[in-house]
Design a protein around this ligand. Structure first.
Ligand code: NDP
Ligand code: X2W
Length: 345
């Protein structure tokens, strides 16, 4: 059994990692950390784990997870992650970081959208862990930067069109909606029941920090400098992201030829499902699973291609993708421990 650890196990992506790793046949969870709950049982923080998980939270010190495991998942907020990742690597662990700290290649862009970077020397070696785009690099990586949840859905939705130069790369629009677990478990007024329930609103309009991450990924695919308007919205549901993307078509396209492009692109991708024509992605159909459901059409009236993608923000948008990356790093079958179907209804 390969030993793995989860730092930030008291958070939503941390407990989702514990859920998935517990069911994984080839790994054993050696250690979990959480500063405020040090000494407490995971099952007391999350009663869903009762009698199945007997792990006790260590404090936030990275020494124990580093010493006891081959791979450490850092499910920590950005900034907190880069405070521990260099030490974990020095101890000889490999790291899958769920935060944004190692996703952006350009440290100036990171500074502009986040804060000063304190371990920028690691940026050149960090591999952006979207397996469908960077599978080979992930296999040998010491440090994987697990993508953001919105960027995962938008990158999978738009990459095939940009790679083939079928859409205008300067006028893209991604209109995205996320369930509230995307905001994490920390107490915040904006996440309270009365603030979220029965409401539906945009946030971070024209300014969300996932914008440069999406543009970086899509620019690499397009080989050109992509520009995108990204508007996230908060949904009164626990899990799920639905991204509706709009792109101006270049040249002659139609729905049938676009569908066959996506069919070919994702034919051997276990976790990307092109839905049958006329059937549109729904967050209910991916909840708890590592799938990204996609469909698209060409709207001849406006000359726009419309692509819709749905994922579970905590699975393909975070912990599931992190386990997918771990499988690649360890030479396991990529889908090991990730084949559960969605929880429906
Ligand atoms: N929620 C989601 O859908 C997604 C989240 N992510 C990213 O994953 C990471 C974790 O997110 P999520 O699980 O939602 O967050 P939560 O707020 O639910 O959990 C954060 C965890 O990190 C610990 N932590 C918080 N602050 C610090 C700190 N300064 N130093 C060390 N530990 C700290 C917390 O425990 P304690 O404070 O007690 O140590 C807790 O265990 C974030 O970077 C997030 O952006 C990425 C994709 C999707
Ligand atoms: C609903 C909600 O609040 N979602 C989060 C997305 C969290 C995430 O994936 O962001 P990083 O890992 O890039 O920090 C947000 O918009 O900030």
């Amino acid at each position: 059994m390969v030993k793995v650890s989860v730092m930030g196990a008291s958070g939503y992506t941390g407990v989702e990692l514990v859920r998935l790793l517990h069911a994984h046949p080839e790994v054993e969870i050696a250690c979990v950390t959480a500063r405020q709950n040090a000494g407490e049982e995971m099952a007391s923080l999350f009663p869903s784990l009762f009698r199945e998980i007997d792990l006790v939270c260590e404090g936030g010190d990275p020494a124990r997870p580093a010493k006891e495991s081959d791979i450490v998942f850092t499910a920590l907020p950005h900034q907190a992650a880069m405070e521990v990742v260099p030490g974990l690597l020095e101890y000889g662990s490999r790291v899958v970081d769920l935060s944004a700290d190692y996703r952006l290649r350009d440290v100036d862009v990171y500074r502009r959208w986040y804060q000063e970077h304190t371990s920028a020397d690691l940026l050149p070696e960090a591999v952006y862990g979207l397996p469908e785009l960077n599978r080979d690099q992930v296999r040998s990586a010491r440090l994987v930067a697990n993508p953001g949840c919105y960027p995962t859905s938008v990158a999978l939705a738009l990459s095939p069109l940009l790679r083939e130069k079928l859409i205008d790369h300067r006028t893209l629009v991604a209109d995205c909606k996320s369930g509230t677990s995307g905001a994490g478990r920390a107490a915040k007024v904006g996440s309270l029941f009365c603030e979220v329930n029965e409401g539906f609103k945009p946030y971070g309009v024209g300014a969300h920090r996932h914008t440069p991450e999406i543009e970086q990924t899509l620019s690499a695919v397009a080989g050109e400098d992509v520009r995108l308007t990204f508007t996230p919205h908060l949904l009164p549901i626990n899990r799920g992201i639905l991204s509706t993307c709009y792109a101006l078509a270049l040249g002659d396209v139609d729905t049938t030829s676009l569908r066959s492009l996506y069919q070919q692109t994702y034919a051997s991708e276990r976790f990307v499902r092109l839905l049958p024509q006329g059937s549109w992605p729904n967050v209910s159909n991916v909840r708890g699973s590592n799938f990204c459901d996609i469909n698209l059409m060409f709207d001849a009236r406006t000359n726009r291609v419309i692509v819709v993608a749905a994922i579970d923000n905590l699975v393909k948008g975070a912990a599931g993708q992190a386990v997918q990356n771990m499988n690649l790093m360890l030479g396991f079958e990529e889908s090991l421990g990730l084949t559960q179907l969605a929880l429906f209804p």
